[in-house]
Ligand binder design. Structure first.
Ligand SMILES: Nc1ncnc2c1ncn2[C@@H]1O[C@H](COP(=O)(O)OS(=O)(=O)O)[C@@H](OP(=O)(O)O)[C@H]1O
Length: 298
């Protein structure tokens, strides 16, 4: 294989492909396959995202909404124990014994989710983010998380991202798959940018969707603790106590910048044109309208 083609292939040391989707090697094809039959309860909630789209943010919001002890700081439970990863059950959580409503987090494409979920059982909160910011966030993340292949050259990382040769595969396939099959799910769509613009409204939408009534004061407390600045200071929200096998290499932070439009600080004019050439026509077919910076909407 030529050097160029080699550079495009994700290393098998880090990922495997299962039914057209790349997974990190800290799960197994058997575990992913078993999820098809995973039994869903009506009260279950799934936070579903493509990587770097606001997953941890939404996890923290759900923890704050659902758990008084999390909200008032009397409980100190790690986010990944409170809301475990469905396809990466790294702490071997017993999913059956989680208190109701159980909340899971996942990067699964729609077609690999549990069958019950695809029959409108349980609830899905799907959060998406403009893909240029996703790309830049993903690039920085891959430099400091042990389980991701580090690709120092941003050009190569971008080409892999555009070709779907990264963990969770192609951004467009993920988002369009979920949008096109929305009717199969009981689903709420949110964007990172709307959360950023008006966090309170996003929190209220989530409360309404999951049928949780909170007082004004409680809502205020959720919103306050879910801001970027306050989450950065919260070790639970900032994933400071990660297990060693997925820990950080020490060059970055989980909550890095938390802004809309950071891609402008990273992508050259040529890279931006290349990105648009590959993805922009496709993006325009999506029902979600992305915000590229806080002053402009598509
Ligand atoms: N409260 C709050 N406000 C604004 N932005 C926030 C917040 N919490 C997390 N983030 C940003 O979300 C990005 C990480 O995305 P994910 O949590 O989806 O990453 S992961 O897929 O779970 O690895 C990552 O984005 P970047 O800063 O652009 O890298 C985080 O900083």
């Amino acid at each position: 294989m030529s050097d160029n083609r080699l550079a495009m292939e994700p290393s098998k040391e880090f990922v495997f492909n299962y039914k057209g989707c790349y997974f990190a090697v800290n799960t197994t094809p058997e575990h992913v396959a078993s999820l098809e039959n995973f039994e869903i309860k009506d009260s279950d909630i799934f936070i579903t995202t493509y990587p770097k789209s606001g997953t941890v943010w939404t996890q923290n919001i759900l923890s704050l909404i659902l758990h008084k002890g999390h909200r008032n700081g009397t409980e100190n439970m790690e986010t990944m124990d409170r809301i475990p990863w469905l396809e990466y059950n790294i702490r071997n959580a017993d999913f059956d014994s989680l208190p109701s409503p159980r909340v899971f987090v996942t990067h699964l494409p729609y077609y690999l989710t549990p069958r019950d979920l695809r029959n409108r059982k349980g609830r899905v909160i799907y959060v998406s983010r403009n893909p240029k910011d996703v790309l830049v966030s993903y690039y920085h993340f891959s430099k400091f998380i042990v389980t991701l292949e580090e690709i120092p050259d941003f050009n190569i990382f971008m080409e892999r991202f555009l070709a779907g040769k990264v963990l969770a595969s192609a951004w467009f396939d993920h988002v369009s798959g979920w949008c096109n099959h929305a009717k199969d799910f009981n689903i709420l769509f949110l964007t990172y940018e709307e959360m950023k613009k008006d966090l309170r409204s996003a929190v209220l939408k989530i409360c309404n969707f999951i049928g949780k009534k909170l007082s004004e004061e409680e809502i205020e407390s959720v919103v306050r603790q879910a801001t970027f600045e306050n989450m950065q200071k919260d070790p639970r929200a900032n994933y400071e106590n990660m297990p060693e096998d997925i820990a950080m290499k020490g060059k970055g932070r989980f909550l890095r910048k938390g802004t809309v439009g950071d891609w402008k600080n990273m992508m050259t004019v040529a890279q931006n044109e290349r990105f648009d050439e590959v993805l922009m026509d496709k993006i325009k077919t999506l029902p979600i309208k992305f915000t590229w910076d806080l002053d402009s909407e598509m």
